[in-house]
Design a protein around this ligand. Structure first.
Ligand SMILES: Cc1ncc(COP(=O)(O)O)c(C=O)c1O
Length: 405
């Protein structure tokens, strides 16, 4: 007996974790930048599984690599090497400052690795065991596990889950003086998103990351960039920090790295990895041959199809269009972003407008409660951006009319 969507949604409502509130329809299949629900309604997808599905849906190269790899090996554990894992680690380290990679399964886990790497480096290499503090930014988001949650500079995520881990301090993003006030001789590392995502899509201001790099060097702290959301092409360079010309000691990736399969990575210099020795850290699934093969293919497609260049071009077009809309709809207070990580600040109206966009056939979500977030697949073209803007315009027209009524 095949159950219909309503019956399944009813079961979902009873069995799903109450921490989620998914839309009340079933997504059924996708192709390119389009998604269809089980009733046949078609959506232009500017959520991309929250900045994950960089190649959209049903990409022929991803289908083929999954088919091929699933016929050979899915998983072997880190007791053994596979060609796929080594080739992924090689590809990543050839493309950035990092010399080594710890492969894992999610953004939070990549950040846990970074925090452990930094503290252990101070303990074992710098011989400064008192340096345990991790300084992060207010409105940052680093994940939901305890280390990553403690690093997240937003009290609303901590409420009722205390105590947080000791040794986490917060300063104001894009305010070097605020960081200067808390970074010092007990600092193990500063951890930052080059573009804040969940906190409201806020790019680092010119000079800020350079200033933080100099500050870390001055006091002997490591610099961690959390590129879980901003990395892997989204901001117009393969890694977001490359667009800023500032290198960290440690970088965390996840989301788009797997194009839809779960993978995370903590990357760092040889020097930063000196703190870890055999047994210091591990994870069972990390870098298994299936996800590694897919991730390697994702990187290849991003390069061969110049999706970084596309992210820059389409991101500019999207931001230009949103700025034009801001001239007509004063609910839009600010448009900001980098590449295809774009936000439109609309205050309290964010939830309502994003729902209206969905009714108009455009999937977006909100960040920080006040910002509409646009993180489409990196394969979007000018026509898709135009269509998205038309749908946003219709949603804003309806929202404005409902306010006037
Ligand atoms: C910057 C950043 N770091 C970490 C995370 C956590 O990633 P995950 O949900 O894969 O644990 C997120 C998720 O949104 C993120 O945006």
């Amino acid at each position: 007996m095949t159950r219909n969507a309503d019956e399944l949604l009813e079961i979902g409502a009873k069995t799903n974790s109450p921490s989620y509130a998914p839309a009340q329809f079933l997504l059924d299949h996708g192709e390119g930048v389009w998604l269809w629900d089980s009733e046949g309604t078609k959506y232009l997808d500017f959520v991309a599984g929250i900045a994950v599905n960089c190649l959209g849906y049903k990409h022929p190269r991803i289908i083929e690599v999954i088919r091929r790899q699933s016929e050979r090996l899915l998983h072997v554990s880190n007791m053994f090497y596979t060609r796929e894992q080594i080739e992924l680690m090689e590809a990543l380290t050839q493309r950035c400052f990092a010399d080594r990679v710890f492969l894992c399964n999610s953004g939070a886990e990549a950040n846990e690795g970074a925090i452990k790497l930094a503290r252990r480096w101070q303990y074992a290499v710098a011989e400064a065991p008192e340096r345990i503090e991790i300084v992060t930014a207010r409105y940052s988001f680093h994940g939901r596990t305890y280390g990553a949650l403690s690093a997240t500079g937003q009290p609303k995520y901590h409420e009722g889950f205390g105590p947080m881990l000791p040794g986490f301090l917060y300063a104001d993003y894009n305010d070097l003086e605020s960081f200067r006030a808390v970074v010092g001789e007990r600092t193990a590392a500063v951890m930052l998103e080059p573009v804040q995502g969940e906190g409201g899509v806020r790019p680092a201001a010119p000079g800020f990351l350079e200033g933080i790099r100099a500050l870390c060097d001055e006091v002997g702290a490591l610099l961690i960039f959390d590129e879980v959301q901003a990395g892997v092409g989204r901001t117009g360079s393969l890694f977001a920090h490359q667009g800023y010309g500032v290198e960290p000691d440690i970088m965390c990736l996840a989301k788009a790295l797997g194009g839809g399969v779960p993978i995370g990575a903590t990357l760092a210099t040889e020097r930063a990895f000196h703190g870890w020795t055999r047994g210091s850290h591990a994870t069972t699934y990390g870098g298994n041959p299936l996800v590694s093969a897919v991730s390697r293919e994702v990187l290849a497609v991003i390069e061969e199809d110049d999706l970084c260049g596309n992210a820059t071009r389409q991101g500019e077009a999207l931001m230009d269009g949103l700025r034009s809309l801001a001239e007509r709809f004063d609910v839009i207070k600010d448009v900001r972003g980098r590449g295809l990580m774009v936000g439109a600040e609309v205050g309290e109206a964010a939830g309502e407008i994003s729902l209206l966009c969905r009714e108009e056939g455009l999937l977006i979500n909100t960040a920080g409660g006040h910002t509409l977030r646009f993180v489409p697949p990196l394969i979007v073209n000018a026509g898709h951006v135009e269509m998205a803007l038309e749908r946003v315009e219709r949603a804003l027209t309806r929202w404005s009319a409902s306010r006037a009524a």
